[in-house]
Design a protein around this ligand. Structure first.
Ligand code: NAP
Ligand code: COA
Length: 286
């Protein structure tokens, strides 16, 4: 167990605890889309606290730069901010080139960039559906292909796709994001079966409802307490729950896991109330 007196993933002074050796990712480099905020920021923080350098990639330059500076300050590891839109292959190529020129390699890719909002299918525009499919599903493929072509096909690596539990049962008002995450889960399996032989593992993590995130604010509004009462573990998850799952999947302990998407949701998907009336109530409380 390692302890250090530093700022935790919630930005509060706290003692950082980890069951993993603090050097378990020493010398590794992770490219993290969406790493400037929310869950993926916490993933970066945890990887960096275990010795990894990170590249954080998304659209908003100012937020990325602030996040990179803060991550470096609290972990004493290097973090490079790069601007890209995951829908634009030329921007991804430039960002991956910048990462390789700075660090010389990319051992891990975390595909976390996503967009979502509550919207009944009946009132969803063509472009609304397309936009979420393009950011989540096409974007995951785009970034994966560029990182694979430019580095992993010759050197191996681990790819973690951030999914969701939305597609398991079919969630009202989430036709766009559920379809996109289902596509991502299938991509995880297809790429794992093609690339295992060349040393690339492809896995996923499907978070349940995670407190203090943009996703929860957009999808649950002020109904978070009600939601937590439907979860077998009777609480929302926190960002570190997801970050530790990703850390585990990147370590040699997980070296025989590929093609699998790990659900980290306190059992939420089995018992949660995703009825049409519940989602209508949620939307009215946003
Ligand atoms: P978040 O903070 O809003 O993270 C989404 C990130 O994606 C942002 O950093 C955003 O940065 C980036 N992004 C969006 N569109 C992009 C684009 N076109 N190109 C590049 N980057 C883009 O939300 P979060 O709630 O932490 O979610 C993080 C991940 O967890 C997502 O994959 C989400 O689906 C998944 N998830 C979350 C929950 C939850 O409870 N929060 C539950 C299940 C799954 P820019 O705006 O700078 O581009
Ligand atoms: N309800 C219904 N439709 C919506 C919507 C909402 N709340 N928000 C956006 N849309 C529609 C827009 O109206 C537009 O369709 P139209 O051209 O037919 O009018 C389409 O979606 C694209 O919207 P736009 O704002 O142009 O897309 P963008 O690429 O700038 O932003 C989003 C993408 C919409 C996903 C934006 O919310 C975003 O950037 N999200 C990132 C953060 C996030 O969602 N975090 C949670 C992750 S779980």
């Amino acid at each position: 167990m390692s302890h250090s007196n530093i700022i935790n993933a919630f930005g509060k002074a706290d003692v950082y605890h980890s069951c993993f050796n603090p050097n378990i990712l020493r010398g590794k480099v992770a490219f993290v889309t969406g790493g400037g905020s929310g869950i993926c920021y916490s993933i970066c923080e945890v990887l960096m606290r275990h010795g990894c350098k990170t590249v954080i990639a998304s659209r908003k330059k100012d937020r990325l730069e602030k996040a990179a500076a803060e991550l470096s300050r609290i972990t004493s590891q290097e973090c490079l901010p790069v601007v890209l839109d995951v829908r634009k292959p030329t921007e991804i190529m430039a960002a991956v080139d910048a990462a390789l020129s700075r660090f010389g390699k990319i051992d891990f890719l975390i595909n976390g960039a996503a967009g979502n909002f509550l919207c009944p299918a009946a009132s969803m525009s063509f472009n609304a559906f397309k936009t979420v499919m393009e950011i989540d599903a096409q974007g995951t493929f785009n970034v994966t292909k560029v990182v694979f072509d430019k580095f992993m096909k010759d050197n191996g690596g681990v790819i973690v796709n951030i999914s969701a539990t939305l597609p398991i049962r079919g969630t009202p008002f989430q036709a766009h994001a559920s379809s996109a995450k289902a596509a991502i889960d299938t991509l995880t399996k297809c790429l794992a079966s093609e690339w295992g032989q060349i040393g690339v593992r492809v896995v996923g993590v499907a978070p349940g409802p995670i407190a203090e995130t943009e996703g929860m604010t957009r999808l649950a509004g002020n109904m978070q307490e009600v939601i937590s009462q439907n979860i077998p573990l009777l609480k929302l998850g926190n960002k570190l729950d997801i970050a530790y799952a990703v850390l585990y999947l990147l370590t040699p302990v997980a070296s025989y896991i590929t093609g699998h998407t790990m659900i980290v949701d306190g059992g939420d998907w089995m018992t949660s109330n995703h009825t049409f009336s519940m989602m209508t109530a949620r939307q009215s409380k946003l």
